[in-house]
Design a protein around this ligand. Structure first.
Ligand code: 6CS
Length: 312
């Protein structure tokens, strides 16, 4: 049988490397084949999610940044400064978190999705036309965010005018000055050539990009126990592979950006400069609870407990 797997990035980006490892493992351990569909082949993130829910696709990688309308609790990944900055801690957290591995799968299941894995893709940076060192620098900035209500709240709290857009409109939006900023990990700023249409990169340390891989639930439930194990093992192997792959990736990507565009302003904010952005986090967290109620609060509390355990 051939299974279809779509994701939001190119084959050589983080989601693509994960997908290729997953495919390799499934094909090595079963008679099934996996056909991969990178960004641009089946539409935007919202389109591939619809196709996965409809069972046209068996697997999909959709980041919580686009899942907020479907699963409001998935917006927890946009509470600023919640996730740890150190990659070892992040790995530990995603590997062992009860919120990630037990609570989120139940919420995805309600939407007809079997959550297989969540994993980090790298520290998110602000990538703007003009340098940003303080919230006031964002005052006149229409800042593109993924289509996620809590991310809108974050950038309001940071002082910008948030503009939710699907990925396909970002390069053109920057080029034509409809937007003046966006946020993403450095590998993505480099691979999608965002540096061509922006002038500054700011390291604020406010987040790490999280993504999620899932299967259509009816499809998954219909698999034999043996095939389910093949899928789970492949997801686990790809997880370890992608953490390894990301070691040094941000630094390499930044070096490539500097080489391609030496005049790019790179600001790694000091603790003092980060303080006003950190202060904004409390109001975003309060918004998250307001939007998601008891269910969101339970997830957030569990995540905080899991984070404590992972960073000890
Ligand atoms: O910002 C976005 O929309 C995109 N960012 C990444 C790192 N992956 C896919 C997503 O569409």
């Amino acid at each position: 049988e051939t299974w279809k797997y779509a994701f939001e990035e190119a084959m050589t980006d983080v989601q693509g490397i994960y997908a290729q490892k997953f495919k390799e493992e499934v094909e090595a351990n079963s008679d099934h084949e996996i056909q991969l569909f990178p960004f641009g082949t089946l539409g935007e993130s919202a389109d591939i999610m619809e196709q996965a829910q409809a069972g046209i696709l068996q697997f999909v990688d959709q980041s919580p940044g686009f899942t907020g309308a479907l699963i409001p609790e998935a917006q927890v990944f946009f509470v600023p400064y919640l996730l740890p900055a150190k990659s070892e801690d992040l790995g530990e957290f995603f590997r062992n978190s009860k919120a990630i591995n037990e609570m989120f799968p139940e919420l995805y299941a309600e939407q007809g999705l079997e959550l297989l894995k969540m994993f980090p893709e790298g520290e998110v940076v602000m990538n703007t036309k003009d340098p940003v060192e303080k919230p006031e620098d964002l005052n006149e900035v229409k800042f593109r965010v993924m289509t996620n209500p809590l991310l809108v709240e974050s950038y309001k709290a940071f002082g910008a005018t948030p503009t939710p857009l699907p990925w396909g409109e970002v390069y053109g939006g920057l080029q034509t000055n409809i937007i003046q900023g966006q946020e993403n990990p450095l590998f993505w700023v480099e691979s999608t050539k965002m540096y061509e249409v922006t002038g500054a990169i700011t390291l604020t340390g406010h987040n790490n990009f999280t993504t999620a891989v899932m299967a259509n639930k009816d499809f998954y439930d219909g698999l034999s126990d043996e095939d389910k194990k093949v899928v789970q093992d492949a997801a686990d192997a790809a997880f370890e592979h992608i953490l390894e792959y990301q070691k040094g990736l941000s630094e390499e990507s930044l070096a490539k950006i500097k080489e391609a565009k030496p005049e790019m302003t790179i600001s790694d904010l000091t603790e003092e400069q980060r303080a006003p952005f950190k202060e904004a986090a409390a109001q975003v967290e309060a918004k998250f609870i307001e939007m998601t109620g008891d269910s969101g609060k339970k997830i957030l509390d569990q995540m905080k407990e899991d984070l404590k355990a992972a960073t000890q």
